[in-house]
Structures are given as structure tokens and as C-alpha cells.
Design a protein around this ligand. Structure first.
Ligand code: FUB
Length: 334
């Protein structure tokens, strides 16, 4: 058992769970028509033993949350998509995201198929809170986890994805699965998150997924052994003052970090940390502007007293310095 004093940590937390009646995680936030919508994972106790593959994250459906403005009460709009309604998906509905194009909303989600391979599906609705109707098949050529969709100013949409360990990214090279593929050794190049432009229909990749390369301060790609900085999971892309910001989790070292670039394809140069470790093993976030103020959406496991697969989404303001660098956030006051 952990020796954390949860009452004390809760008192020191800089923000409270947005909802407490269900467990939620991996919050992907967007503002559609002046309202904040959050597309989170819906954590449950699935009764599956813990392992390094994250099988205990046995989620079965998604709820959409929304709020009128920061500080307003958060509404749970109920089940937006259930695994029983996704023909190709068998288990583990992990971190999703959604976007709006025209009058339609497109919800992207990973799940394991019958063969135990993660793929990414898309479901469509004419309402931001769903219900979403899933396509009968996953996106062709998709694999791994944690889809994040970015709408650029020129009307292009890009899907970022990938995650190592339980997210299976280490089992692919050049977008192909291979049973013999594994995580690179410490002195080899780190595995890259992926990006693919979406077609006009929003239902398919318009191109083969490309590597998102994260460079160090010398312009060299990060190495797999650089575990404080290399990509693990939880891709997010946002734009601020003309620059592209790619942010992500370092997984087993528990940081949310970011890198900056001049194109949605990168390369991105590592800049630093956005969020220090939270209570719970995973950390996963999104970044979104509302009425001129930027916010970090994130999760922790305080409400469940440290149960790593029972998390709660939170939000807190995020600030930039004059150079456009993000000021690091400590989730608990010291
Ligand atoms: O919620 C399940 C997994 O945990 C997500 O896909 C990862 O990003 C981690 O937060």
C-alpha cells in the first residue's frame, strides 16, 4: 500500500476533479461554438489484474463532458459511444479525441480488436456530445493508441497517435507490425509518435503515417534511453502565435513535456516540462484556449486514493513567457 496522505495531497492540489460521480481520464478538450467540451476516457474497475501492458485499463465506453466556462459546473452527457456498438472493437477503449468539421463531429478512439491489436476508429455525430455512430471498420493503416486530432488554420486536419509498452508502438516499424520488433535499446533512436493528414471525409488517412521527430538542443533526435524526455504516449498538438507545439507524456518518468516546430509534421525541438508528475502512474493532458486564456486539462488519481486506473480529469490555467515558452505547472503546492 502507498504511504501517501491523500487528504494532505488533496488539500495541496491546485485544482479539483471536474466530475466526481464517475472516474475520467485522458481529457481531450476543445471549444466548439463557445462551449468547452472534454472527450475523456471513462475509467472503470474492470477487475483485470495489473500488468505492464495496462490490461487493467479495461474501459468499455465513453462519456462527453462539457462546461459553459472555466469554473462553471461540468455536465456529464452520458454514454456517447459503447464498445458493444463498435463492430471491430473488443476491449480497452483508451484515450480518445474529437473535432468539428462543418456541422459534423468526428470522434477518434483506440481499442483492441479480436486479435489483441490496438487500432483507431472514428465515429460521427451531428452533436458534440454524441451519440456517435462508429464506422464498421477501424481507420485503414491505423495502429497503436492515443489519437489526437488537430485542425490547422488552412482547413487541414491531422491525426497524431502512438504509445509504447501497452500501446504497442514498439511492435511496428515503417507502419508495419512485426512480432520480432521491440523497444529500441538505450543508445538507439527513440520511437517516434506518428501523424497522418486526414482525408476530406475525416474517415481515412490521406497518407501513410509519418514520424514526428523530437530533436534535442543540438538538433539530434532524442535517444530511447533519454527517458526523461523521449515520447511515451499522449500526443497533443496546438498552435500558439504561429508556432506548433507538440506535447506528450514521458510515461515511466511521468512528465508532460513539449517540443516546438514550424510545421504540423515537425521536426519539433524539445523545450521542457509542462506538468510535473501527478498522483497515479499515468499522466495525459490537452491544451486549449478559451476566451483568450489557455488551459491545461490533465488527470490524477487522488479521488480514488491512488488507484492508477481510476482517475479524475482536472483543468488549470496555462501560461507562456514572452518567448512563447510554457511555464511549468506543479499539480500540488509544496
Ligand atoms: O487511459 C488508458 C491509457 O492510459 C491512455 O491511452 C494513456 O495515454 C494513459 O493515460
Amino acid at each position: 500500500m502507498s504511504d501517501i496522505d491523500y487528504k494532505d495531497v488533496q488539500d495541496k492540489a491546485i485544482s479539483a476533479p471536474l466530475v466526481k460521480h464517475i472516474y475520467t481520464a485522458d481529457p481531450s478538450a476543445h471549444v466548439f461554438d463557445g462551449r468547452i467540451y472534454i472527450y475523456p476516457s471513462h475509467d472503470i474497475e474492470a477487475g483485470i489484474p495489473f500488468n505492464d501492458n495496462g490490461d487493467h485499463f479495461g474501459m468499455e465506453d465513453y462519456h462527453v463532458l462539457s462546461l459553459d466556462h472555466p469554473g462553471a459546473s461540468t455536465i456529464d452527457h452520458g454514454v456517447a459511444l459503447h464498445i458493444a456498438d463498435v463492430p471491430w472493437a473488443e476491449r480497452q477503449m483508451w484515450a480518445p479525441d474529437a473535432t468539428k468539421k462543418g456541422d459534423s463531429y468526428y470522434f477518434y478512439f483506440p481499442a483492441k480488436n479480436a486479435a489483441g491489436r490496438f487500432q483507431i476508429g472514428v465515429a460521427v455525430s451531428d452533436c458534440p456530445t454524441g451519440p456517435f455512430k462508429a464506422q464498421p471498420l477501424p481507420i485503414a493503416g491505423s495502429y497503436s493508441i492515443d489519437p489526437a486530432v488537430f485542425a490547422d488554420d488552412d482547413g487541414s486536419y491531422y491525426l497524431y497517435f502512438g504509445g509504447i509498452w501497452g500501446g504497442q508502438l514498439q511492435e511496428y516499424r515503417n507502419n508495419q507490425f512485426g512480432e520480432h520488433y521491440a523497444e529500441p535499446s538505450a543508445t538507439e533512436l527513440a520511437l517516434c509518435p506518428k501523424v497522418a493528414k486526414l482525408t476530406d471525409t475525416m474517415l481515412e488517412f490521406a497518407e501513410a503515417p509519418r514520424d514526428i521527430v523530437i530533436l534535442d538542443e543540438h538538433g539530434k533526435p532524442l535517444l530511447a534511453g533519454d527517458t526523461d524526455r523521449r515520447f511515451f504516449e499522449a500526443s497533443w498538438l496546438h498552435k500558439y502565435q504561429g508556432k506548433y507545439y507538440f506535447s506528450y507524456s514521458t510515461g515511466d518518468t511521468h512528465f508532460i513535456c513539449y517540443a516546438m516546430g514550424d510545421s504540423p509534421y515537425g521536426p519539433f525541438t524539445y523545450q521542457g516540462r509542462i506538468l510535473e508528475p501527478v498522483v497515479g502512474w499515468t499522466t495525459h493532458h490537452s491544451i486549449c484556449e478559451f476566451n483568450g486564456t489557455w488551459y491545461l486539462f490533465y488527470h490524477d488519481s487522488i479521488l480514488s486514493e491512488g488507484v492508477t486506473h481510476l482517475r479524475s480529469v482536472k483543468m488549470t490555467p496555462l501560461e507562456y513567457d514572452e518567448q512563447g515558452r510554457i511555464k511549468m505547472i506543479s499539480p500540488y503546492r509544496r
